[in-house]
Write a protein that binds this ligand. Sequence first.
Ligand code: ZN
Ligand code: ZN
Length: 168
Amino acid sequence: MAAEPDRVREPVAARRPAPGMVNERLTLLEREGYRTTPQRRAILESMLAAGRENVTAEEICRRARAVCPTVNLATTYRTLDLFGRLGMVRRLTYGDGRSVFCPNVHPHYHGTCLRCGAVVDIPRRRVTKTIEQEQSKLTDGAFVVVGHRIEFYGYCAGCRTSGASPGK
Ligand SMILES: [Zn+2]
Ligand SMILES: [Zn+2]
């Protein structure tokens, strides 16, 4: 089935991130000389609350605004830029121009859902090791391989659950 990245997705169930995860990042923010404003906290919390799913700035903004009404999309982008400079978040841009934001600082891959376009963190297991062992063998006179970027496709938990009604 073709990906439908533009489709409006069902909101991820409201979860609260572990306080430690939030405070650890707020401490880093302050150590770098930035204040912990209610907007920054709300944006950080709504991003971390998405768990393994990497969400768009619009979704982060919508969720943050429910907690802190003064958050808008411009604030959200500015804050995500700041978090990015501090290494707290990574922006992932896809071929269709859509960007999602990943707050997971540990090494991992991303899987894109073929049905709803969700981008989900997935573990690396032995995949990286295998690829790193093999990639140098791809080097020839025309090209020297020094790294790789890999993207997985599949189905997210939400789409598998609602698999009985593909027209939904
Ligand atoms: Zn990620
Ligand atoms: Zn999905």
